[in-house]
Design a binder for this molecule. Structure first.
Ligand code: HEM
Ligand SMILES: *[C@@H]1O[C@H](CO)[C@@H](O)[C@H](O)[C@H]1NC(C)=O
Ligand SMILES: *[C@@H]1O[C@H](CO)[C@@H](O)[C@H](O)[C@H]1NC(C)=O
Length: 543
């Protein structure tokens, strides 16, 4: 017994010494400094799994490198800390590339054919690469203009329908005195915005319309990473595999039935581009499961946190209602109250600032790039071919240097012009938008940012104008109002989630503020005059 234990121990020591040696031997001096891990290769894995997104801010606080290397078995990861490396990395977008990340998801976790894998990886550094052509096409389709206006127009219609179900007049058999409606705050919001987004993009035949598909999606996302990493998937990740195949089948049905004809130009361009690259019918359906991650996954939590911050803070709520008041027009003939979508985009600085602060404060995503060639950054660091570059948003979003001494606080007016943060020495200073990473940046910045920002802000406006919301607890006989809003925790957000997901749902009471019928106009949007929003550093000309 003792003998076998010491044998095992000796084995471990031998492996350990070997690994340390290997680590030092293969790490070159020109690379970003290697973190001194106690257990070579495994410690970063344990850290990433245990601490998830908090792993990188902790390493920053502990080591304070501008950039550093983490070594995993078969992989080197270069993690970016200092903001000034971000624009430099973005300039090298061809060689430090997002393309292999997107292309690799196809034949990997989406289960596409090996032919599709070859197509997606073809000429990976050139403009003619199918993934790059696809990115360019969808970026054009989502650019301010007619296509974007159609998306926003339909989104507003659908969200109005969703909100109508909250009004007492839509509830048969509810006495008018009992005018409140009780909902699960997170579940309802996420459902409503998923319906809004997917209907706008994919039209009336959209698979998310069926409850079993939305349930499948809600199962899939938190299990995605374990599924992607699991070997022997049909054995170790059987349910996730079945769920994916179920979604693929529904997408196939959607295309077979010709629903794409009734979808947005964006959805059509997305599909036709990939079809023209030679993807098979089955692979095209699989691609949509991947696209859903970009289109659907982040909108729900963003909308929810925005509503949470608005309704849980009376100051924010009253500020926003003040800001909206002059934009509301009451139609004397019909008694309807109307507000124009274009005004929400251009005349609501407090709303826009609150929205950006929600994104800064709650987003968790990481930009991941793969080095396709050896590259030297700014004459300083060597990044080796095959290395993975990571830009964790949380590191940038909690940077005191970029946001000031109150970086750790939620300040809804942070992004207001003229209300810049106070620096250490007491002078006013602008937040540095290069450190705002929620929509990414550079060549692969989120092309959906105009659509989703407008959609999410319109959603918040219609809720703010129509309803009062307060937290409640299910009492013995009837609901009991809570004196304080719960403070949501998000520790269990899935590792790949690019936004904080609340750990616990809670109930809220929703009461219409009056009997007015609310209408959102998008007349000014329809003629294609809609302009983009200033969200990221690239959008803001005077940054
Ligand atoms: C709040 C909601 C959203 C957030 C926070 C968000 C965030 C992001 C980020 C950070 C990236 C860049 C990834 C990287 O560079 O590594 C990205 C890419 C992308 N997003 Fe979004 N996104 C949102 C909504 C949307 C929506 C609604 C759409 C489509 C209508 C969309 C379409 C895309 C596409 C197509 C890409 C890939 C761009 C490329 O290939 O270069 N996003 N998004
Ligand atoms: C690491 O990043 C933080 C901001 O997150 C910054 O304040 C600090 O200066 C950086 N450290 C180095 C050595 O660049
Ligand atoms: C923002 O930060 C980047 C990177 O550190 C720097 O290059 C840029 O000059 C800064 N911009 C402002 C306005 O401070």
């Amino acid at each position: 017994m003792t003998y076998s234990i010491s044998l095992v121990l000796a084995g471990i020591v031998a492996v350990y010494v070997g690994l340390r040696f290997l680590l030092i031997l293969t790490q070159s001096k020109e690379e970003p400094p290697l973190l001194k891990t106690a257990i070579p290769f495994l410690e970063p894995i344990i850290g990433i799994i245990r601490e998830r997104s908090l792993f990188y801010p902790r390493l920053r606080d502990k080591y304070n490198h501008d950039m550093y290397t983490l070594r995993l078995p078969f992989a080197r990861i270069y993690v970016v800390n200092a903001t000034q490396y971000i624009p430099i990395l973005q300039k090298h977008w061809r060689t430090i590339s997002f393309t292999p990340v997107l292309a690799g998801a196809g034949p990997g976790p989406m289960g596409m054919s090996s032919e599709a894998g070859e197509i997606l990886h073809r000429d990976i550094m050139s403009d003619s690469n199918p993934v790059q052509a696809w990115s360019r096409a969808v970026t054009t389709a989502l650019h301010p203009g007619e296509g974007l206006d159609r998306l926003n127009g339909r989104a507003v219609e659908v969200m109005q329908e969703m909100m109508h179900t909250l009004r007492p007049e839509s509830q048969k058999g509810i006495p008018p005195a009992d005018k409140e409606r009780i909902i699960d705050f997170w579940a309802w919001t996420n459902h409503a915005i998923i319906q809004t987004t997917t209907d706008a993009v994919y039209g009336p035949g959209n698979p998310f319309k069926k409850r079993d598909f939305e349930d499948a999606w809600n199962y899939w996302t938190p299990h995605y990473l374990t599924f992607a990493l699991a070997p022997f998937k049909s054995f170790l990740a059987a349910k996730a595999l079945r769920t994916r195949e179920f979604m693929v089948e529904r997408w196939s049905e959607y295309f077979r039935a010709g629903w794409l004809e009734h979808a947005s130009p964006f959805a059509q361009i997305m599909y036709n581009q990939q079809k023209s690259d030679g993807l098979s019918f089955d692979d095209l359906a699989r691609a949509q499961v991947g696209h859903s991650h970009g289109i659907v996954a982040t909108t729900g939590p963003t909308t929810w946190w925005l509503l949470y911050h608005i309704f849980s803070d009376p100051l924010v709520l009253s500020d926003l209602r003040e800001e909206l008041k002059p934009l509301v027009k009451v139609d004397d003939n019909t008694g309807e109250s109307r507000i124009d979508l274009a005004d929400i985009r251009t005349k609501c600085p407090i709303l826009l600032s609150t929205f950006k602060e929600v994104m800064r404060y709650h987003s968790l995503g990481t930009q991941v790039r793969i080095c396709l060639e050896d590259e030297v950054l700014n004459g300083r660091y060597l990044l080796k071919k095959g290395g993975i570059v990571m830009i964790p948003q949380l590191v940038q979003h909690t940077s005191v240097e970029a946001w000031g001494p109150d970086a750790a606080e939620f300040r809804y007016r942070r992004f207001l012009k003229g209300d810049f943060l106070i620096g250490d020495s007491g002078q006013k200073r602008k937040p540095n938008l290069t450190a705002f990473r929620a929509f990414g940046g550079g060549h692969t910045m989120c092309p959906g940012r105009h659509f989703s920002s407008t959609e999410i802000m319109a959603f918040a406006v219609l809720m703010v104008l129509q309803f009062d919301i307060s937290p409640i607890e299910e009492g013995l006989h009837s609901p009991v109002a809570l004196s304080k809003w719960p403070i949501p925790t998000w520790r269990n957000s899935p590792m790949v989630s690019s936004f904080q997901i609340p750990d616990h749902d809670f109930k809220v009471s929703v009461k219409p503020r009056d009997g007015t019928k609310w209408v959102m106009d998008f007349a000014k949007e329809k003629d294609g005059s809609g302009s983009g929003l200033e969200i990221t550093a690239e959008d803001v000309k005077d940054n």
